[in-house]
Design a binder for this molecule. Structure first.
Ligand code: NAI
Length: 292
């Protein structure tokens, strides 16, 4: 199942979209990436090319396979290029207005009424994006993890409207074609992984905020005491403190549980522009070599 999805589209070629497009092309699928305009489409191509080059340099991919993957990819600013796709995965910015517009447009552009329309959203209800189309039963969440070529997990999120057939095709593609592992989640903010991870990260922020322990000791505690590859504050810095805060806000909006409420220190750091690795400073400081 899913083996018969040969023509894939990806909307948005940023961090996640480029990774998703790369794994689809590496799996032998003809893949069209639609960005906001031609300039952004060129940037998306560069992102995928750089990632393929890295995989080759690290010995994870043959140079010939990288070249073949690139040949299967088309980058464009024109959404109409998705007309003949069997599966489209949306990975544009996490803004409800932009995503709703994209789904309404996909409904008009994608010709095959059986095509599956997926979203990589981290926090928006899949149901709401489905309702922007006239085919909510064919809309499903496929939540990949960053970096997509490396992390093997995808959460498959079914809304109250998603049909069993749609979920089957989406799951079949992710496991069969992409070789990833799937877990299933209902359409609730945070899905499985972020619902468990974010309260833990927030607890670490509260611990640092109260002066209970230093950031360094909190991280060392979880790395050496629990064999986590990265402590919670280092992980929050890697994800981006703005992203952590916005996922926490959507969890809090949904459940109204204090454990999801962003602590004042986190909100203040976001306002101050201390977003973690990408700005060089969060709970830890990073030099130019480790940012990016
Ligand atoms: P990003 O900001 O790196 O990429 C978003 C891309 O969408 C940009 O390249 C932008 O030019 C493009 N875009 C904006 N409007 C567009 C439009 N109308 N048509 C086509 N392209 C458009 O963001 P990122 O991190 O890749 O996130 C994308 C989605 O993936 C979001 O929904 C986010 O919540 C989700 N996500 C992010 C994860 C992460 O770790 N960054 C993990 C899992 C999901």
């Amino acid at each position: 199942m899913g083996g018969d999805v040969e023509r894939v589209g990806v909307v948005g070629g940023g961090r996640m979209g480029a990774g998703i497009a790369e794994v689809c092309a590496r799996a032998g699928r003809d893949t069209v990436v639609v960005e906001a305009d031609a300039v952004a489409a060129r940037a998306a191509r560069e992102r995928v090319t750089a990632s393929l080059d890295r995989a080759v340099a690290r010995g994870r991919l043959e140079a010939a396979d990288a070249a073949r993957a690139l040949d299967r990819l088309v980058f464009t600013g024109d959404l109409d290029a998705l007309a003949g796709r069997q599966l489209v995965i949306e990975a544009v910015v996490e803004r409800p207005d932009v995503k709703t517009e994209v789904f309404a447009a996909l409904d008009k552009v994608v010709e095959d009424p059986e095509a599956v329309l997926a979203t990589n959203t981290s926090s928006l209800p899949v149901m709401r994006l489905g309702r922007a189309t006239g085919r909510a039963d064919r809309v499903v969440g496929l939540h990949f993890f960053n970096p997509v070529p490396v992390l093997p997990l995808v959460e498959v999120v079914t809304s109250l409207h998603t049909s069993a057939r749609t979920a089957r095709i989406a799951e079949g593609f992710v496991t069969g074609a992409l070789g990833k592992t799937v877990i299933r989640s209902r359409d609730r903010a945070g899905f499985v992984v972020n619902s468990l991870l974010v309260p833990y990260l927030l607890a670490a922020v509260r611990m640092a905020e109260s002066g209970f322990a230093t950031a360094e000791d909190i991280d060392t505690g979880m790395e050496l005491g629990c064999a986590h590859p990265m402590g919670p504050l280092r992980l929050a810095d890697l994800i981006g403190l703005d992203t952590v805060a916005s996922i926490a806000e959507s969890l809090y909006d949904e459940f109204r549980e204090p454990l999801y409420a962003p602590p004042p220190l986190l909100s203040r750091m976001v306002e101050a522009g201390l977003l973690g690795r990408k700005t060089g400073r969060g709970f830890h400081t990073y030099d130019a070599h480790t940012t990016g």
